[in-house]
Each structure stands twice: as structure tokens, then as C-alpha cells.
Design a protein around this ligand. Structure first.
Ligand code: F6R
Length: 605
């Protein structure tokens, strides 16, 4: 998704800006650009290709300056063409980069046209540029503050003006923005990761903040214009570059990192104590009577899986909702519910908005399950459980998902214990199972060669069905999502019992049907569903537990899972589905880590 980098320094900062964009590249974008003040004039380079192309352009044109802003754009208003790429200028006087969406851009554009402003792009961003220009009276900070008061929607912006050397002004509302502090130089970015090469001291701006970067310091005011002292945080973890090592893609590397990520996420403690979620959690967790889980995409599927655990182990009613739907429907708030938001990035706009909506309805207790400790979601919730997946670069989520599952399993056990549904013996048995998970996962990863053999056949298909039952229905959903998003094969998932209510009509020899078949209470039912597919000539690809007695036969292809894992089985069964999607995408030659049209962190609604 869109990325922002800005800097003021007493050296040429173009390479800092380009390096920042490179670090944000993995999030997905379709054009990029950079603008600097060069001899008192804003100059820019823009590209609809990669950041490497932009870098070549700035070298060829010798673009240099000590004040600059840069951007990777993921198109929302207007196609990904050069005219729409940021930085956007207003009358060759000021330059702006913008993440987010301005909802009232149409009336503002009409008003500005009336004042004689010409629009050369189709972006909503150009409205902000001209608005700042129209309000500028020699003070960029004041003009930006006045401008943002007129904007509806979400934005993070960085602006420079030809008359204000060594000054970059930023503002945020609904999109993240972070200040990086240097010695005699300062930076701005949509993600601290972009500045990792330049500083490890950050200020995470809050909603409504406006900031002004100068060489010798940073001024921040809140939405009311009051000086806003914000905490400076030292975050060294952003330092190291992420290397691909022996892997072909980051997605493959991240699939293979799962045993380590899971082991890092499992709490060290010998008991499931609410204090794992925050100091006040022991007081609050005992009082809650239900859960409301809000998330998007893969994170939503981890919530769906957790519902089975929470209701069966902790006996607590659990509702799971797609964040973007929840916020726009009438719902009945329950102040005794714990609202759980699940997110890899902690910056997903839909999930953040759903959290805010829940809070506005009177929900008081909130928990984030998140992979980024400095994210907005973590800062906006009462309790937190951090997953330790490490940085996930591939757009398709893999290790973030399995570590979320671990976190949610720990939540289910914690609530079960506090509600009197977990004996000491059960607690130590679950702990043992959790601790054995990394080893069990390694055995699943060893199935890769068999999965590669299947992926050759899948790569020639245009459709696939995924079936699961119970706990494994969300895993089938996740398998279908992985396949479609990186291989572009149309894939749908169904609870296997639903097959005969419609989707069976799709089953022919050309339709591979992937089935997750653990040895659980629903196995016999699932076997019947498998027969329904075989009887219609469908090709079944089954990931079966070793003791299920499902064996290879005509139209029935079986990969045997190394061991049955009880309630934790979804964490093992999703891994071969990740590998199947990955190798199918490789066989089709798609851009696995950066699938078309997608972005890593979806910071617009
Ligand atoms: C799919 C995927 C997305 C994300 C979704 C939510 O592979 O990665 O569906 O899960 O955009 O993102 P987070 O978890 O960052 O809130």
C-alpha cells in the first residue's frame, strides 16, 4: 500500500528517500516518485515502474536536495500513470505526498476550480495540494493545519514549499505517520521501517497530529492546535535488513520460518495466566461474558478458527465479524464483551475503524493480537498479545496466521482456566502439545516434495474447490485465499457438508477438490462428502491424518500428515495448503511476493 518518506538534512537526502522507498516496496505499489527542493525550486522524478527505475532517473538527472519527500502509490483515485504519481505539485510552489482517501474531494475540487486552480491529475491528493496553496500566507505549518480541518477521510501527508527550505510538514488522521529523529536532521515516514537505515529514535504521531520537521527539531501539535509532547521510542528491531537466504521468495522463507515463529510466540510461563495479556487482564478477564472478534482477510480466518476453541474449551460465546462489515451495520453492544482485534500489521484501516466503532458503541474492554508492537492497534487497545512472527515481507500472510492461531489458542486456554473449565492436568497437557508444535511443523514442511508434484497439475487449472469441516473449515477458506491471491486460480472453500447444497454442480474431472481430513469427530461425515465428489468424476487431493484410512485410488490423491494433532490440528493442516499455493504460483510464474493489485498493509478503507 502507499508509502511516505520525508527528510530535512544538511546533505543530499535523495539516497535516503530512495532507500526508504525500497524498504516499503514489499507492501505493494504501482507508481513511485520523489521531490526535493533544488536551488529553491521543487523538482521531482516519477515512475510507473519500480523504485529501481526511479533511482536510475534521479541518477541520470542528478536530482539532489537537502529537503525532500517521496512516495510509493497504490492507486485509488485515478489510474497508475505518471500524472497521478506523487509527489503532486501545486503551481510549482509546493509538493505533497499522501496516503489515504479524501472523501470530500469533489466539493473541494469544485471550490478550488472556482478560485482558478487547474487540475492535472485525477487524484484526490491534488485537492490537498491546491488547498494548502490557497491557504498559504508565508507559514506552511499554519496552512497545513488550516487545510486538514477541511478534509474528511483518512490521510497521512508530507509537504514541502519552495519558500521554506529545510522544512517538511506532516499530518495524520486514520493513516499512520512516524517521525524519525536524527542529529541535525529529521525524517518522516508512514512506517518506521522505512527509516531504519537513518535512525532508531521514533515518535509515533497520534490521530489529528500535525508536525513540522526542521534541522534542529520537530514541532508537534494535536488536532486542537495545542503543543503535543509525544514519547520518543527507541526501536532497534527495525535495523537489520531482511535477507532471502537460500529461498526463492520471501513467502517460501516465511513458510519455513513457522516453527521458529511459533516457538517464539508460545509463552514461556508454565500456566495460562491472564497477565500474559496485560497487567489489568486478571481483573477484567474474569468479568467478561463473551467475545467479539474483528479482523480482515487471513486474520479474520484465524478468528473463525479461534471461535471453535473459545466455545469448546472456554465455553464462552464468541462472535467473529469481518471488520469492514461490522462498522457499517447496526449491532447490539455488550459492555461485558471483550473486543478482540487481530492483525499482522496493526495498521489495517478497516480493522482500526471497526475497533473505534466498537469503542464508540460502549465496548470498553479491547484486546489486540498483533505482530507489530508499535502499531496503532496496539496503542489503541487495553490489552495486547504480541505474536513474534518477525517481519513478514511476502504479501500473502503465512507465519503471521499460524502465530495468530497460537495466540488465540493461548487466549482460549487462559479464559478456560479463569472460568473453571481447565483442570491442572489438561493445562499441562495443552502446554506440552503447544511446545511440541514446532517439531510437528518441521515434519509437515518435509512434505514439500510431494506437494510440488501436485502443484504441477494445479498450475494447469483455472478453478479449485477447498473443503473442510468444523475447525478445519476456516483452514479450507485460508487455503483457497492463498491459492487465488498468488496463483490467480479461482478458488472457493466450503464446509464439506454444504457441497450437495449447490457447489457439487461445479464438480467435473477438470475441478480439483482439495480436502483437509484430520482424524476428528467429523471424519466419517467427511469421507461421505469425499465419495460424493468421486462419484461425479471429481479429482480429490486430500491432506489426511495418518490414521484416517483414506488411501490413494482412482481420482483420489492423498498426502499423509505426519501426526494427528487434536485441537491444534488447524495449525498443521494450513501449512501444506500454503505450500500448495506457493508452488502452484511458482509453476505459473506469478510475482509470488507481490501479487498483482494487492498490498501488504491495507491502510485505506
Ligand atoms: C492474505 C492477507 C490479507 C491480510 C489482511 C489483514 O494473505 O495477508 O488478507 O490478512 O489484509 O491484514 P492485517 O492482518 O495486517 O490486518
Amino acid at each position: 500500500m502507499c508509502g511516505i518518506v520525508g527528510a530535512v538534512a544538511q546533505r543530499n537526502i535523495v539516497s535516503v528517500l530512495i532507500e526508504g522507498l525500497r524498504r516499503l516496496e514489499y507492501r505493494g505499489y504501482d507508481s513511485c516518485g520523489v521531490a526535493v527542493l533544488a536551488n529553491g525550486e521543487p523538482r521531482r522524478a516519477r515512475s510507473v515502474a519500480r523504485v529501481a527505475d526511479l533511482d536510475e532517473q534521479v541518477r541520470d538527472t542528478k536530482l539532489a536536495g537537502e529537503t525532500g519527500i517521496a512516495h510509493t502509490r497504490w492507486a485509488t483515485h485515478g489510474a497508475p500513470v505518471t500524472d497521478n504519481a506523487h509527489p503532486i505539485f501545486s503551481r510549482d510552489t509546493l509538493a505533497i505526498v499522501h496516503n489515504g482517501i479524501i472523501e470530500n474531494y469533489e466539493p473541494l475540487r469544485e471550490m478550488l476550480r472556482g478560485k482558478g486552480y487547474e487540475f492535472v491529475s485525477q487524484t484526490d491528493t491534488e485537492v490537498i495540494a491546491h488547498l494548502i496553496h490557497s491557504l498559504y500566507r508565508g507559514d506552511l505549518f499554519a496552512a497545513v493545519r488550516e487545510t486538514v480541518r477541511q478534509l474528511h477521510g483518512a490521510y497521512a501527508i508530507a509537504v514541502l514549499h519552495k519558500d521554506q527550505p529545510h522544512t517538511v510538514v506532516g499530518a495524520r488522521q486514520g493513516s499512520p505517520l512516524v517521525v524519525g529523529l536524527g542529529d541535525g536532521e529529521n525524517f518522516l515516514a508512514s512506517d518506521a521501517l522505512a527509516l531504519a537505515g537513518s535512525t532508531d529514535r521514533f515518535i509515533f504521531l497520534e490521530e489529528g497530529d500535525v508536525c513540522e520537521l526542521k534541522l534542529d527539531g520537530v514541532r508537534i501539535v494535536d488536532r486542537d492546535g495545542e503543543p503535543a509532547p509525544r514519547e520518543v521510542r527507541q526501536v532497534a528491531a527495525y535495523g537489520g535488513a531482511v535477507e532471502l537466504g537460500p529461498y526463492r521468495h520471501f513467502m517460501q522463507k516465511e513458510i519455513f520460518e513457522q516453527p521458529r515463529a511459533i516457538s517464539d510466540t508460545i509463552p514461556q510461563a508454565d500456566a495460562f495466566d491472564p497477565s500474559l495479556f496485560g497487567d489489568d487482564a486478571p481483573k477484567v478477564f474474569g468479568k467478561i461474558d463473551s467475545l467479539l472478534i474483528l479482523a480482515c482477510g487471513t486474520s479474520y480466518y484465524s478468528g473463525l478458527t479461534a471461535k471453535y476453541w473459545l466455545e469448546s474449551i472456554a465455553k464462552i460465546p464468541t462472535q467473529v465479524e469481518i471488520a469492514s462489515e461490522y462498522r457499517y451495520r447496526d449491532s447490539v453492544p455488550n459492555p461485558n464483551a471483550l473486543v478482540v482485534v487481530i492483525s499482522q500489521s496493526g495498521e489495517t484501516a478497516d480493522t482500526l475503524a471497526a475497533l473505534k466503532h466498537a469503542q464508540s458503541l460502549g465496548h470498553v474492554h479491547t484486546l489486540s493480537v498483533c505482530n507489530v508492537g508499535t502499531s496503532a492497534m496496539v496503542r489503541q487497545t487495553e490489552f495486547t498479545f504480541l505474536t513474534h512472527a518477525g517481519r513478514e515481507i511476502g504479501v500473502a500472510s503465512t507465519k503471521a496466521f499460524t502465530t495468530q492461531l497460537v495466540a488465540l489458542f493461548v487466549l482460549a486456554l487462559t479464559l478456560a482456566r479463569i472460568r473453571g473449565h481447565l483442570s491442572d492436568a489438561q493445562e499441562s497437557s495443552y502446554l506440552k502439545q503447544l511446545r511440541h508444535l514446532p517439531a510437528a511443523l518441521n515434519s509437515v514442511l518435509a512434505l514439500e516434495p510431494q506437494i510440488i508434484a501436485w502443484s504441477e497439475e494445479f498450475s494447469r487449472k483455472e478453478n479449485a474447490l477447498f473443503l473442510g469441516r468444523g475447525l478445519h473449515y476456516p483452514i479450507a477458506l485460508e487455503g483457497a485465499l492463498k491459492l487465488k491471491e498468488i496463483s490467480y486460480i479461482h478458488a472457493e472453500a466450503y464446509p464439506a457438508g454444504e457441497l450437495k447444497h449447490g457447489p457439487l454442480a461445479l464438480v467435473t474431472e477438470a475441478m480439483p477438490v482439495v480436502t483437509v481430513a484430520p482424524n476428528d469427530a467429523l471424519l466419517e461425515k467427511l469421507k461421505s462428502n469425499i465419495q460424493e465428489v468421486r462419484a461425479r468424476g471429481g479429482q480429490l487431493y486430500v491432506f489426511a491424518d495418518s490414521d484416517t484410512r483414506i488411501v490413494n485410488a482412482e481420482g483420489l490423491h492423498v498426502i499423509r500428515m505426519p501426526e494427528h494433532y487434536g485441537l491444534l490440528s488447524p495449525i498443521l493442516h494450513v501449512v501444506p495448503l500454503q505450500l500448495l499455493a506457493y508452488h502452484t504460483a511458482c509453476a505459473r510464474g506469478t510475482d509470488v511476493d507481490k501479487p498483482r493489485n494487492l498490498a501488504k498493509s491495507v491502510t485505506v478503507e
